[in-house]
Design a protein around this ligand. Structure first.
Ligand code: 5GP
Ligand code: ZN
Length: 119
């Protein structure tokens, strides 16, 4: 899609810090990281959100999730990791090309209030 930031990242017309790439997916550092190592993974085909992903696209993307999470864990040394996906503007989606966030967590000092656990 011509007007999509993430499609431009895939075709190289917008630079990015690549973490991983194969025939189907591309992973890169988020430009405004919520924590150190904040990374996004996207399908190479332009799909707006989770409802548009085929089973094959979802499978090709999620099968590399453990590998990327492990690389981030080994590289940055977080003590936890949030995997997050926003679908639709009311849910916080701002780039309308499907993406899954990897957000490494560094105990209470990372300053991020992102939890459903109030304990
Ligand atoms: P969303 O709010 O749609 O779930 O997340 C979009 C993410 O894309 C945000 O975390 C934002 O910082 C990131 N982002 C937006 N534009 C760019 C860009 O040009 N390059 C990179 N690397 N990340 C971007
Ligand atoms: Zn796109």
């Amino acid at each position: 899609m011509t007007n999509c930031i993430f499609c431009k990242i895939i075709d190289g017309s917008i630079p990015s810090a690549k973490i991983y790439e194969d025939e189907y997916v591309y992973a890169f550092m988020d430009i405004m990281p919520l924590t150190k190592g904040h990374t996004l993974i996207i399908p190479k085909s332009h799909k707006e959100n989770v409802y548009d992903l085929s089973e094959e696209e979802a499978s090709n993307l999620f099968k590399v999730v453990p590998k990327i999470a492990t690389v981030l864990k080994d590289t940055f040394g977080p003590v936890g990791m949030n995997l997050l996906n926003n679908n639709g503007a009311p849910a916080g989606q701002s780039v309308f090309h499907f993406h899954l966030h990897f957000i490494p967590r560094y105990d209470q000092t990372d300053g991020l209030k992102l939890t459903w656990n109030t304990k």
